[in-house]
Write a protein of this length. Structure first.
Length: 308
């Protein structure tokens, strides 16, 4: 068994999609599939159940995922210790789609940005299990307590609506939340955090819900859904690599303004001075930039002003 095989398996297990995992790993899909088959053969058990449209972990695969992450994290730490000698290792920071500008060069902030850009719930789990020291992600309060994490607000991001340029709402400067559609994807492994946010927002605001099964929360498929629905659709905080078609346009959302909170996560029992220092540096920078102040308009979820 090689570390490379563990890396491949973890990517597939987290994406639950061979195509996305292959893209993330920068390898060909058939090669990735063959490596997983070789790993299963060597272990003598199935780790994944897959067909043309579906991938899921077997019970053995779920257990092996925890062990594989621990092995890879230990290997990364060993590599860093050998490379850095007696110097203090940088903190490992994971993220989803937003990072403070210039974070990698902030003075006195010794961090290494993790290259795996993963969903919020996955990054939170990685912090909880110790394969990351810090993460910038969205999380619900219940999950903070359940996973023994500490969460500090870094930024409120206002989510916007995307709609066809011919829609009547484009005649106004903003769109009432009740006129929106929110997309909820069947792939909970990739979109669990977004799905929970979208469903709660729809219930609170009166927005309608459309269920999809193609990962079209972001990317070209998202724009295709907007064109097909022919109405305003709430855009997720996931950054779009593809440009928006000229037939579509964006508008702010009001009554209420949908706010997505980016929190800085670390383990609640991680009292290392460098973690405390990094947390304070990032929070102070966010406060100075005004990122932690909610809008004065009615917004959701409700806040009590800048977070302490």
């Amino acid at each position: 068994m090689e570390l490379r095989q563990l890396t491949y398996f973890v990517a597939v297990a987290e994406e639950l999609h061979f195509g996305r995992a292959a893209e993330r790993l920068h390898i060909a899909g058939p090669s990735l599939s063959q490596q997983i088959i070789n790993l299963e053969r060597e272990l003598g058990t199935r780790l994944l159940i897959r067909d043309r449209r579906h991938v899921e972990l077997t019970p053995a695969g779920s257990e092996f995922l925890t062990d594989a992450r621990e092995v890879l994290a230990a290997a990364a730490r060993a590599f860093d210790r050998a490379r850095n000698g007696d110097r203090q290792l940088p903190l490992r920071l994971g993220y989803v789609s937003w990072l403070p500008p210039g974070i990698a060069t902030m003075p006195n902030l010794r961090i290494r940005i993790d290259e795996w850009v993963l969903p919020s719930h996955t990054q939170a789990a990685r912090v909880a299990e110790g394969s990351l020291d810090l993460a910038i992600a969205w999380i619900e309060k219940a999950d903070v307590a359940r996973q023994n994490l500490a969460a500090e607000l870094l930024k409120y991001e206002r989510l916007q609506a995307v709609m066809p340029g011919t829609h009547h709402a484009t005649r106004h400067d903003s769109v009432p939340a009740a006129e929106l559609t929110v997309l909820v994807d069947v792939d909970e492994a990739s979109w669990d955090s977004w799905n929970r946010y979208a469903l709660a927002f729809a219930e609170a605001s009166g927005a309608s819900v459309t269920h999809i099964d193609d990962g079209g929360i972001t990317g070209p498929a998202f724009f295709e859904h907007v064109a097909r629905l022919r109405r305003p659709v709430l855009q997720s905080p996931k950054r779009h690599a593809a440009p928006m078609p000229p037939t579509l346009t964006r508008r702010p959302v009001t009554s209420p303004v949908p706010l997505w909170a980016w929190d800085l996560l670390h383990r609640a029992d991680d009292t290392r001075p460098m973690v405390t220092s990094a947390t304070r540096t990032l929070i102070d920078g966010a406060s100075a930039a005004g990122w932690r102040i909610p809008p004065t308009e009615t917004h959701w979820p409700q806040t009590t002003g800048e977070q302490a």
